[in-house]
Design a binder for this molecule. Sequence first.
Ligand code: G6P
Length: 367
Amino acid sequence: YEYGELADEPRMFTEILEQPSSVERALRGRLDERFGTAHLGGLNLDPRELRAIRRVKILGCGSAYYVGQMGAGLIEELARIPADAEAASEFRYRNPIIEPDTLYVAVSQSGETIDTLLAVQEIRRKGGRVLGVVNVVGSAIARAVDGGIYLHAGPEIAVASTKALTNMYVAFSLLALQLGRVRDLSIADGKRLISGLQALPTQIEEILKSESHLEEVAARLAEAESMFFVGRVRGYPVAREGAQKLKEISYRHAEAYQTSELKHGPLALISESVPTVAIVPQDELTDRNVAALHEISARRGPLVVVTHPEVDLGELDALRVDVPKNEVELDPILLTIPLQLIAFHAAKALGHDVDKPRNLAKSVTVE
Ligand code: G6P
């Protein structure tokens, strides 16, 4: 796209296209190649304090919560610290136990989401330590936390978040790397992940080039009233975010499910009018994922498979979307990018105002 050509395009679209450069901004000055680690100056935690963390709890709302779930997976994998994510809107109401050796992380694009802010205040009231993963500098959450990581995504205007979510994942990767390297993550693994992070902008660029194919895929999905998004382990939060984005702007019903749980219920709903978007990375679960796709196909369920070029789908009747392979821990973010464009084009095909979805606000500042 040439300068000026995008002036009339929805903001969501221009924000999607900005991701190669916004990811670069999130990485800038934060990688230490010599020691295979990250430097996050704003954490306000020295290596001894980082080592003393026994658990990580991530809190956010909506899409930020789903990326938080991806981040928790990364932290467990790289740092081997038990980590999970929870909807901030629920957390505060169940009288949570706040532990001194738990690191709490509030994740929010706007830094103004009231449920997330109130969760931060509840934790701090009980003496817990909270980090922010926030885009808007000086926002309420940024001011309320003990330290944090700014996303540097630049202003995000479209209600449906894209570039801020991608940078959240990058921020969690950096945090996981830094936590891992004060523990048992080897320098070789640290360097491997740094190369992976550095490859992201070019790989995102590549995915964006497949836009016309994604537009066709979106047009097919937009015909369906209801669909599933499925994935497992690293792929499950990707499926949740993909379903959320599609629902938000196309108003089609999309339900995310763990691929492994399909047979315990939703398989009953699969038919030729209920498509499934399956996240099938090249990883230790590929064969099991492909086997589940055969179950869907046998029930005539149309399939869109978001996968890696290395994955052999055999005879399966499916629309295939390939994304470039990165390090296995960093794959989730690249798998999310085509789902943004699918949601965008589905909404556009249905004639909706992509930037102003009905009933939704960019940030929810009242309870
Ligand atoms: C609203 C928006 C969502 C967003 C969520 C969290 O519900 O519609 O797109 O993910 O708030 O926003 P935050 O600014 O805290 O990331």
